[in-house]
Structure formats: C-alpha cells, structure tokens
Design a protein around this ligand. Structure first.
Ligand code: ZN
Ligand code: ZN
Length: 353
C-alpha cells in the first residue's frame, strides 16, 4: 500500500475530501518537497496543487495517485472546482491557523461541514519503512564522521563553541547533507548545564563540552548528543557522566516493541534519581525522529505511547547541575519486531581531551 492509500484508509468515513496543508505531511504523502501548495485527498481521486515555481518538480516527483494541478487562483476557488457542493471537507486542525480556516469558510459558504483530521499523517509518519530508516542512518553517519573529525581538532584550530558548532555543520553539509536537522548545540563548562544552550563565540571552557546535533538527508533528520571532557574530570564529574551513561544503557536494554514509552523513561529516570540527582533531569527521555526532528511519539513520564516496530526514537537522559555543568548522551533506536537496532555508532565512554 502506498502512503496515500494508507492515509485514505484512515480518513473518517464521513469525509469526502481532506485538505492537507502541513509542509512535511505534503512531502510525506506526495513525495514532493515544496512549499505554498496543498493536497486534496479523496477516495475518488487526489489532487496536488503547486504554483509555477514548483510545478515542474511536482510533475516529476509526485506519487502516481495524484493529479498535479497548477495553482493559479485562491485555495478556495480550486476546492470549489474540485468538489461537489456540500461535500464534507477534512482539514489538518493541528496545522491550519484559525485565520486560514476563517478565510476558507468565507470563500466556501456552500461547504458547511469541516472535520478535524489533524494527526492522521503524523501517526503514519511514526512508522518508518526501510527507505526512511536508511535516510536517517545516512544522516547519522554524516554526523558521526563530522564528530570524529572535530574531536581531533578541539584546542587546535577549533577554539570556541561557535567554531565547534559551525565545523560540525560544515562537515555534514560537505558530505551531502541537505542541511542541519536543528540548531546545533555546542556548550562548554558552566554552560553545559543548560540542556539547550546556544553556542557562543567565546573560548571553550574547561570541563564538559556537550554537542547535540544532526544532519538531514532526503529530508530525514538524525539526532545525537555526545559529551566530552576538556581537561581532567573531577570524581563528581565522572560520577555524573557514568550515571547518565548507565541510565541510557539501561533504557536502551529495556526498549523493545510493545513496551510503554513511560516505562522506558522510568528506567532511566529511576537510575538518575536514585544516584542522588533528583530534579536534575527535567526533560523527557526521548522523542520520535523522522522528517521532523520531534516526531509525534514522545518517550516521557506522561506519554501514553507504546513502542511499535518502525518507530525511530531517541534515548537521551541527562543530568544538569545549575551553574556547574551538565551531561547528556543521546542515541537513536529503530524499533524492530524482535527488539531494536541502535542507529548510533559513535563511542560513549568518556573522552578526555
Ligand atoms: Zn539531540
Ligand atoms: Zn533529541
């Protein structure tokens, strides 16, 4: 079954056609990477609308289930042309703004029934096929190679947090990445206690250096964090690092298809809290990764999700001691029928530079 067919299968029965406006969902369902257009998906036949800037690529790349139409008037006018009066229209309520919806309702007074269809594409996106997994793996290998290169140059030609972040990004792009998966984090010394600190143009501080970064390949993101130590770590620093590593490895061991996301989070959280670091691990254990860096599935204490074959999730516990330092270690797992595959190959033992 194609992605489009799976989407149609999940549409509520009363919906005659579903308007898809989310950029990543458009890309996922149609295979076309473009902005400013939309899809109109229905059991009778689906349409992809693209303006003159993207029409050529749309004709080339669109899934065969779509009729490709040049967008030359307003969205509402095209919908009116495509559907019978009174049709029930689904829309992505998690993506469309209130202003966009108001404008459409005004333009289409003959269509009174709108049905929330937000989340259908995101649910499908949670289950990756072999091609999607390979894209994530390729992005991850680029990130690992960049890290390997950068680690040998810290304190030589890479002297600031900005140097480290930019070099990681440059090396990933140089290997063929489409771009970076998210803003690169490279924080050193006291700044490492801020989980999502922003790299500064200042000399690298002694102590922990946390790098959280990823590449994008064919639209698919990778995500990895490694923390290294610049100069000799104290005993307490070693304890913090090894506690995070132990928590991460235990959660990875635990994770497999059928387990609850919240239970996986608890495995790591209990180890960190029992080691005396209650309150020092504020974020979730992990999240889904795919076309978007934070895909729908969340591995957190509040999550109701169950790990399913085809999920790609991160496992990224951390300990952050305000004003002192922090450590995070992050891998990506692909959930299989029998367990999981760790897509991250970079070493995790504490590296001292
Ligand atoms: Zn990350
Ligand atoms: Zn992450």
């Amino acid at each position: 079954m194609t992605r489009l067919e799976r989407f149609i299968e999940k549409l509520p029965a009363e919906v005659d056609a579903c308007l898809v406006t989310g950029e990543l969902n458009i890309r996922y369902l149609s295979g076309v990477n473009y902005t400013d257009g939309f899809l109109l998906i229905s059991r009778e036949g689906s349409k992809l609308y693209a303006d003159s800037r993207y029409i050529e690529v749309a004709k080339r790349d669109a899934d065969k289930g779509f009729e490709v139409i040049l967008l030359e008037k307003g969205r509402g006018a095209h919908i009116k042309d495509a559907l019978k009066e009174g049709s029930v229209i689904g829309f992505e309520d998690n993506i469309m703004t209130c202003a966009e919806k108001d404008a459409l309702e005004k333009a289409l007074p003959e269509f009174k029934y709108w049905v929330n269809c937000g989340g259908i594409a995101e649910e499908l996106r949670n289950i990756k096929d072999e091609y999607e997994k390979e894209c994530v793996v390729k992005a991850q290998r680029m990130a690992e190679s960049a890290l390997d290169n950068v680690l040998g140059r810290i304190g030589k030609d890479l002297l600031t947090e900005t140097d480290v972040a930019l070099e990681l990004e440059y090396l990933m792009r140089k290997q063929g990445a489409d771009g970076i998966a998210f803003e690169t984090i490279a924080v050193s010394g006291a700044a490492s206690s801020m989980p999502h600190g922003v790299p500064q143009n200042r000399p690298l501080e002694k102590g922990f250096l946390t790098m959280d970064f990823g590449a994008k390949f064919n639209g698919y993101c990778s995500d990895m964090t490694r923390t290294v130590c610049l100069g000799k770590p104290t005993e307490e620093m070693k304890k913090v690092y090894n506690t995070v590593l132990e928590a991460q490895c235990a959660a990875i061991d635990f994770i497999k298809a059928g387990e609850k996301c919240a239970d996986a989070d608890k495995v790591a959280r209990d180890i960190i809290y029992n080691a005396g670091y209650k309150g020092c691990f504020g974020h979730s254990l992990g999240h889904g990764v795919g076309l978007y860096i934070h895909e729908r599935i969340s591995v957190s204490p509040k999550s109701s999700g169950i790990l399913t074959p085809g999920n790609i999730v991160t496992v990224e516990p951390g300990i952050y001691l305000e004003g002192q330092y922090g450590v995070r270690i992050e891998d990506m797992l692909y959930i299989t029928e029998n367990g999981k595959e760790n897509l991250t190959k970079a070493p995790k033992e504490l590296i001292v530079i």
